[in-house]
Design a protein around this ligand. Sequence first.
Ligand code: GLP
Length: 248
Amino acid sequence: MAFVTEADAAKAVAEKVARSIHAKPDLVLALPTGRTPLPLYRELVRRHLSEGLSFKRVHTFNLDEFRGIGGDDPASFRAYMDRHLFSKVDLDPARIHFLDGLAENVKQECDRYEAELRQVGGLDLAIVGIGGNGHVAFNEPGPAVVPWTHLVKLDRQTRISNAPLFGDDPSRVPLEAFTMGLETILRAAEIALIATGSSKAEILAQALEAEITPKIPASLLRKHPRFSVYADEAACSKLESRALSVLI
Ligand code: GLP
């Protein structure tokens, strides 16, 4: 679905989340970080405060976390989520699930996350963004995908784009991160990709219109039968197909 502005796209995703919670109050959500979902989180907070949207029974699983920093480090994705959503809605802290960047035993930490997901019945709705190189969560382009939650070495480009969290200094961005795998995400009942801004136009066109390949991890999302894209006009500007061209 294409929207004129990023605020319109965010409202549509928030509407989807609200409807999903209404249908299943113990919804299991996968959540992204970065610049893109900020308008969505603002809209969810607004709906909570002014329309009574309640997250009391919702489970959240964030897609990824840097390795080597704790959740109380302001640069962590956990701290980002606390700032933008968790501290502002009525989520039950026991239902907030996060990868621990300080976990020493990598395999044990990845297994724990997958086990917690299984315990709650798997993801109902995975909300994801797209990196400039086509990454989803922190699944970087490569010859093959790693299906389940794992540790990744971050691309140079990814570290540069995450530098704002680290005082604009890419050298301070951790070299590694934990991330859900593509299969973890593809097992969700439904996937919503948000892409906004002209900086995403080229990669969105490749992800949606070029071949499905692990070299563009986001292209693999097209294998999912309930995969939708919420993009603004700027992000759609390089798409050839008219599929996303009807602006709402
Ligand atoms: C980050 C995150 C992704 C996010 C992507 C895009 O590195 N790991 O989950 O979707 O990059 O970020 P932004 O929305 O800031 O462009």
